[in-house]
Ligand binder design. Structure first.
Ligand code: GDP
Length: 423
């Protein structure tokens, strides 16, 4: 039977608004805690003279991760009925941002935790912008610490309006705003008796309503070339199918040159021979004629111009800047998209996001942790699918000459040439 993949979610929010507490509470209330964990939390809470402190749970998971005990350090699995979820997390704020930006997280839904008493704060704005930037489609707002407002409807609706205004400016559609207390467990898995006025879902119900990730097999075929292997006189083009399907007999185009070949054979490493393969599978193709693509070349259907990737030497990117020194026009980097690498120069900084009011303004540099729209000029044509939520394409990453990731740069389209220039 076809197994539905776990739905990845991220939990974001201003420091101290209750993310760790929420994760602990969620794992506990959904019965996802390992044996002994709860006793451990109660014990460490008691030692600090506290009632149960859920955030300690995360700390203890953190310690396991640091010690390399947990196999996959950034994924915390839990189950709701027959659905599987994973909370995608990373040790440290910057590592977390990096994962989000580079697509490692690939989250389907996000829970934005906002302290109902404090309302949206600086990191709330940053994180909301990030969710917009990476195209998270389902945003659930948790108005946490509502216990501190006595679950008072008027006060909580005021906090809700505040967050709504922020999200509206970012064109983020939040499906649900849930008055909750991660500490006490109100409206997490159990409906709160203290907020009888609230008719919406609990967090667990809201998560259960998030549609599972759509299978990518229905989309037009894409496979970035990872390698070309040679066995005797036969060459195999290896890669992981990003989306769509491929079968023997299909005609494909290769890279920006759009050389055409026919698929003569579809091979898998450890699986029985089948003439067809789909999204997510790592395969090797034998092509006729026996062309030799380069690593990074994108394979796509030869006769589907409506769904063809964009080819451009100047591209517009939404940049999230991670380096500790500001970015200026004229700097050069390597742009990575899947397995492809291009030499690019920042041709212009077109708009910089003001993190206080989220307006786009002219600017000549981008601050660390800043957002901007930039134009990148490449030495040769870039072939890409414009970034879109839920699709794999366009996830550009900027790398400096020391191989450090300095920015996330989802490509949003081809850029116009400057006035007076000719293609
Ligand atoms: P994080 O920095 O977002 O991970 O926040 P924590 O989960 O560490 O919580 C910060 C502080 O807020 C801790 O002292 C928690 O006990 C407290 N806290 C978290 N959730 C709630 C809540 O629902 N109600 C109240 N009153 N305190 C909370």
């Amino acid at each position: 039977a076809h197994r539905v993949a776990a739905t990845p979610i991220v939990i974001v929010g201003h420091v101290d608004h209750g993310k760790s507490s929420l994760i602990g509470r969620l794992l506990h209330d959904t019965g996802s805690l390992q044996e002994g964990k709860l006793a451990q939390i109660i014990e460490s809470s008691r030692k600090r003279g506290l009632s149960v402190e859920w955030s300690f749970l995360l700390d203890s998971l953190q310690i396991e991760r640091d010690q390399g005990v947990t196999v996959d350090s950034t994924r915390i699995p839990f189950r709701l009925g027959d659905r599987e979820f994973v909370i995608v997390d990373a040790p440290g704020h910057r590592q977390f941002l990096r994962n989000m930006i580079t697509g490692a997280a690939d989250a389907e839904a996000a829970v934005l935790v906002v302290d109902a008493q404090e309302g949206a704060q600086e990191q709330t704005r940053r994180h909301a912008l990030l969710l917009r930037l990476i195209g998270i489609r389902h945003v659930i707002v948790l108005l946490n610490k509502s216990d501190l407002l006595g679950f008072d409807e008027t006060k909580i609706l005021k906090a809700e309006a505040d967050v709504r205004a922020l999200l509206a400016r970012l064109e983020i559609h939040a499906e649900t705003m849930i008055p909750a207390s991660a500490r006490d467990g109100d409206n997490i898995a159990e409906r709160s008796a203290r907020a009888a006025w609230y008719k919406g879902p609990t967090l667990v119900e809201a998560l259960a309503n998030v549609p599972p990730p759509a299978p990518r097999t229905a989309l037009a075929f894409r496979m970035p070339v990872q390698d070309v292997y040679r066995f005797d006189d036969v060459r195999y083009v290896a890669g992981r199918i990003e989306r769509g399907t491929i079968r023997v007999g299909d005609q494909i185009a290769i890279g920006a040159q759009k050389q055409i070949a026919t698929v003569a054979e579809v091979c898998r490493w450890h699986a029985p021979e089948r003439p067809v393969a789909g999204a997510g599978e790592s395969i090797a193709l034998r092509l006729e004629p026996d062309l030799v693509p380069d690593r990074g070349d994108l394979l796509f259907p030869a006769h589907d111009s409506a769904n063809a990737p964009v080819r451009a030497a100047r591209v517009r990117a939404r940049l999230f800047w991670l380096r500790t020194e500001p970015l200026r026009v004229g700097e050069s980097f390597t742009l990575r998209i899947a397995t492809a690498e291009y030499d690019v120069t920042v041709a212009s900084i077109d708009a910089v996001v003001d993190l206080d009011d989220l307006t786009l303004n002219p600017g000549d540099h981008v601050q660390p942790d800043g957002f901007a729209e930039v134009t990148l000029a490449a030495s040769h044509a870039i072939l890409f699918d414009p970034f879109a939520p839920g699709l794999s394409g366009g996830r550009g990453v900027l790398v400096d000459r020391f191989q450090r990731i300095v920015g996330g740069a989802p490509l949003i389209g081809a850029a116009e040439l400057p006035d007076g220039a000719h293609a």
